[in-house]
Design a binder for this molecule. Structure first.
Ligand SMILES: Cc1cc2nc3c(=O)[nH]c(=O)nc-3n(C[C@H](O)[C@H](O)[C@H](O)COP(=O)(O)OP(=O)(O)OC[C@H]3O[C@@H](n4cnc5c(N)ncnc54)[C@H](O)[C@@H]3O)c2cc1C
Length: 366
């Protein structure tokens, strides 16, 4: 069996590590000149999004032999709407660093693999398919799946982000769900040390946002965090992503091609999280290739999470700042912490189940 992996990101590298553990050495083709050669980004693993798993870093190590060191655990999260704030405390998840940093998740994964990585690759999918018995598509987007009509695009988002310098509590994350700042979207402040953090603003490209200019929103958000946190926050790096498609493959495997990570649809529509599901999808594709499971079956819970997340996203698009204020007020105190700490139910799954009829009704009305 000759396996090519297209893309040395989270899903591609997790796939390679798992194949190697089972005696198969794949070849990896990466278009960039090294692993993680992109903007530096602080990202989060939030436990509430990985239920029934309570600690995804431990799960990846214990159940799948993938070892990751996050930069910090998240012990506090502040959720801010237009007029309300809720502070949730407890073990809420992890902060990871992505991109060009030495300790980025992709660098950590690359160190666990001995597979040859062919950098600056210009190989197309078609070339790889003709040269190898199996191809694992791990390019971080649905472009190839779209070409073969195997991708249902549900929305696209535009994101602007920056690295800022200042004084930060490295275990504390902030999220703004305020439609004056990011209509139908959200903003984050994720520290990756005591002196550096990542700030980002994401908005869906929906008809209601057609006249919205992300650069103007950015100015508003940047001014807001500087006044709210009383610091200057000089920017040291910036990035912008326009019209990034979010969707899901109809079939995770077609013939001898496996779609993993965002190529499959692990980027969740509600808040744009996808690290854990991407890594798992790479592991699951490798299990199938090693005869340890069926990829389509193994991916069913991730597909379900995607569908649940899409319901939450569509609900978010129906809300106003008043509704968000009410939601944030309800999260303040005992109930918020209970929701984030609960181990018996998956709150997002329950919410999406309850909201399904409402979303169907909205669809029917439009
Ligand atoms: C701004 C931003 C913030 C995010 N924040 C969070 C967060 O806080 N929490 C969270 O869980 N998720 C977050 N995500 C989502 C998460 O980063 C992704 O879901 C995850 O990285 C996807 O992994 P992947 O393996 O599919 O792709 P990637 O890790 O992006 O890897 C894709 C690799 O393929 C390579 N490649 C691309 N095209 C080709 C080609 N033609 N040939 C060869 N190689 C190619 C790329 O160079 C890259 O190395 C965020 C995403 C973005 C964009």
């Amino acid at each position: 069996m000759d396996i090519a992996i297209m893309g040395a990101g989270l899903s591609g590298l997790a796939c390679a590590i798992t194949l190697e553990k089972n005696g198969i050495t794949p070849k990896i083709f990466e278009k960039r000149s090294k692993v993680g050669d992109r903007f530096i980004n602080g990202e989060v693993f939030l436990d509430i999004f990985s239920r029934p798993v309570h600690d995804c870093i431990a799960d990846l190590a214990d159940a799948h032999g993938i070892f990751l060191k996050p930069t910090a655990t998240i012990q506090k999260m502040k959720l801010i709407s237009k007029n309300e704030q809720a502070t949730i405390k407890g073990h809420l998840g992890f902060i990871s660093i992505r991109g060009r940093e030495q300790d980025s998740l992709e660098s950590q994964l690359a160190q666990q693999s001995k597979a040859t990585i062919h950098y600056n690759s210009k190989k197309t999918y078609e070339q790889l398919l003709s040269e190898y018995t199996h191809v694992v598509m791990a390019t971080g987007d649905g472009d190839y799946a779209k070409k073969t009509n195997n991708f249902r695009e549900d929305l696209s988002v535009s994101i602007k982000g920056a690295t800022i310098e200042g004084t930060f509590d490295p275990i504390s994350v902030m999220a703004w769900i305020d439609y004056d700042l990011a209509p139908y979207g959200y903003c984050f402040l994720i520290p990756f040390s005591e002196t550096e953090a990542n700030i980002s603003l994401a908005i869906p490209n929906i008809p209601k946002n057609v006249d919205v200019k992300i650069s103007q929103l950015w100015e508003l958000f940047y001014a807001k965090i500087r006044s709210q946190l009383k610091q200057e926050f000089p920017i040291t790096d910036e990035f912008q992503i326009s019209q990034y498609p979010i969707g899901i493959c109809l079939s995770p495997r077609i013939g001898n091609t496996f779609y993993v990570g965002n190529c499959f649809g692990t980027l969740m529509p509600f808040m744009g999280f996808g690290q854990y599901a991407s890594i798992l999808s790479g592991v699951f594709a490798a299990y199938d290739l090693c005869g340890l499971g069926k990829y389509e079956e193994l991916m069913k819970p991730i597909r379900q999470s995607y569908d649940d997340s899409l319901i939450l996203r569509r609900t978010m698009e129906q809300l106003s700042n008043d509704g968000l204020d009410r939601a944030i007020r309800a999260l303040q105190g005992y109930w918020g912490e209970k929701l984030f700490q609960t181990k018996t139910i998956n709150p997002l799954k329950v919410a999406s189940y309850l909201l399904r009829p409402y979303i169907k009704l909205q669809k029917w009305r439009t």
